[in-house]
Design a protein around this ligand. Structure first.
Ligand code: NHR
Ligand code: GAR
Length: 227
């Protein structure tokens, strides 16, 4: 029998627009040896994104692509695609990336493009999710990781983290509670993809080779059932 081989680390390109706390959580999980991946590049839609600094400090290639230089969305996305392809990533990770991506871009990276969205999809697609969840009287909120398709926040969901909405919550306190869970959730999903346990066949999510019926809930605890 051959010895089990260490997996080659999955090469990631991470796209951000702002703070970059999910990026930071990914880098820290890699540093702790919990994620068999490497961040090959970080690309921001905004040159002033604080998240770029995390990457620079670690001597990771960073790039910023300013929308003002590309009046047409297709041109921006073609340039972005060209930058990403140079790194030949196994996975492209949207981490607080705030631009809608064109169908050609999404098709090019199909099956290797994931996003974390701050709601329990299919609820609250789009922006401003925490305020909208509170306004709707939701008792349960959270985050979802999904493969990106042409349909905005409509791609197949891989995994979710559920978070209670507390009576005194405002959008800020709720966002902070969700964000802490996002960091764990995103690292777990990227680990499954790196291990080859999660994939996408163009239609549905596969987990250990089987179509996934409902989103995974990596650290659901028994008491969640009572929420
Ligand atoms: N692109 C496609 N094709 N499909 C998805 O599912 C995508 C996507 C691009 C980004 C992230 C998403 C989120 O998690 C995401 C998913 C930006 C907007 C948006 O309206 C909406 C959803 C998401 C990201 N962006 C505005 C735009 O015109 C700009 C808003 C701003 O700059 O503040 O691109 O929520
Ligand atoms: C996260 O909450 C992420 O889910 C959300 O923005 C935040 C980014 O935080 N993403 C979107 O709303 C995508 N439209 P971060 O920059 O600290 O990772």
């Amino acid at each position: 029998m051959a010895e089990p081989q260490a997996l080659a680390p999955l090469s990631l390109v991470v796209l951000i627009s702002g703070r970059g706390s999910n990026l930071k959580a990914i880098l820290e999980a890699i540093d702790r040896g919990e994620l068999p991946a490497r961040v090959s590049a970080v690309i921001s839609s905004n040159a002033g994104a604080p998240g770029l600094e995390h990457a620079r400090r670690r001597h990771i290639d960073t790039l910023a692509l300013d929308a003002a230089d590309y009046p047409q969305r297709e041109d921006y996305d073609r340039a972005l695609q060209g930058l990403i392809d140079r790194f030949e990533p196994g996975l492209v990770v949207l981490a607080g990336f705030m631009r809608i991506l064109t169908p050609g871009f999404v098709r090019h990276f199909s099956g290797r493009l994931i996003n974390i969205h701050p709601s329990l999809l299919p609820e609250f697609r789009g922006l401003d999710t925490h305020r909208r969840a509170i306004a709707a009287g939701a008792r349960l909120h959270g985050a979802s990781v999904h493969f990106v398709t042409e349909e905005l926040d409509g791609g197949p969901v891989i995994a979710q983290a559920r978070v209670p909405v507390l009576p005194d919550d405002d959008a800020r306190t709720l966002a902070a509670r969700v964000l802490a869970r996002e960091h764990q959730l995103y690292c777990q999903v990227i680990r499954w993809i790196a291990e080859g346990r999660v994939g996408y066949d163009g239609r549905q999510v596969l987990f250990d080779g089987q179509p996934l019926q409902t989103p995974l809930q990596p650290d659901a605890r028994n008491e969640d059932a009572g929420i």
